[in-house]
Design a protein around this ligand. Sequence first.
Ligand code: JHZ
Length: 393
Amino acid sequence: MIKKFLELGYQPLANSYLLKKNLNKKEKKFKLEVGFNKNNYLVSILKTVAKEKMFNINYPYKSSESYTMRKSFKDLSKDIKNRFKPKFIIEIGSNDGAFITNFNKGSVVGVEPCKNLAQITKNKKYTTYAEYWSQELSKKITKRKKADIVYSANTLSHIENFDEIFKAINNALSEKGILIIEDPSLLKCLQNVAYDQFYCEHIYVFSALALRNILVKFNLEIFDVENIKSHGGSNRYFIKQKKNNSYKISKSVKREIDKELKFGLNKLSTYQRFATKVKKSKKKLLKIFDNLYNKNLRVIGYGATAKSCTVLNYCGIGKNYIDYFFDTTSYKINKFLPGSKILIKKYKKLNRNEIDFVYLGAWNFKEEIFKKEKTFIKKGGKFITHVPYPKII
Ligand code: JHZ
């Protein structure tokens, strides 16, 4: 039984950046509502959008755009090589290759339905299937050899059909093969009041509790979990087939689940409290923007993220408050954020003579951004964030 606990208004598709010529066209919007399943503790958005509308020939998000993520994938690749010594790896959602390019070409295969991204790794001669992950594809890829590791970062939370995903994974895994997935942590999302983790692409925000329940049906179990910093706090789950006795269940699994239970991720009331905090967060953020507007201060945004789409449209923040966004991603530059229609400009170092305040759309990369913008900060430039509560820093 799914209980709705959060309403985030009518939202456009988060990664559907607008061309100037389309600014006056009516955008397709959907009702963004989030619910809690009392039976398996899964948190999901209530209305989903067809995958073809989101992940197609022109996906604008590139994992390699930040140093933090490049380093995270590189470090993980080293760990995987040392700990598991895999001969064959499949990545589901290989994006622009931030993970697979750390391995030898013959030992890894990428699956990436967004054709513009798949082409990037194809050009580097990495075997890449520009298709959606499915049982059929899994059989095709593993016809000759099964995978020692199936890896997927920030992708399984984007796929609606668990049956198809996990049956395909079970087919792909070798006898001792394992699945490693990482996605934003629901616990962190709630602790940070990071309601912008909810948008069309994030069908689910997983807890270890919910994931454990879902995996049971597929004879899969979590044997290790790591809390990692990516995307404001994620979990990296190491998962094996039940019949695979090569790995002991680490204490980390119980520790994580106990933490989640202590916080109340198994109770609807926890989510209702979160929803109240979200409403307060909106009020507080608008107050900050109002104040800056009244003082005629120059405010821009940093990182035209998918997450920003939720915040800007839920709070009603537009060109009235933010002059433009800076972003490094070529696909986004000179386009406009969906809904709010704020222009995205090609990134250049923040200049204190031109800018007073900067809204952190990419708050999850705060450390990386602050390092880059040392001079701006030294000269009195300030940032605005809504995480964990709206404030100026
Ligand atoms: P970032 C996307 O979400 C969509 P977004 C997707 N659904 C998902 O799950 C996550 O990624 C993984 C820019 N930037 O990573 C680059 C700068 O301009 O928070 C990106 O456009 N300068 C698949 O969009 C954006 O910010 C910088 O210095 O919420 C970051 O997007 C840095 C560090 C980033 O994901």
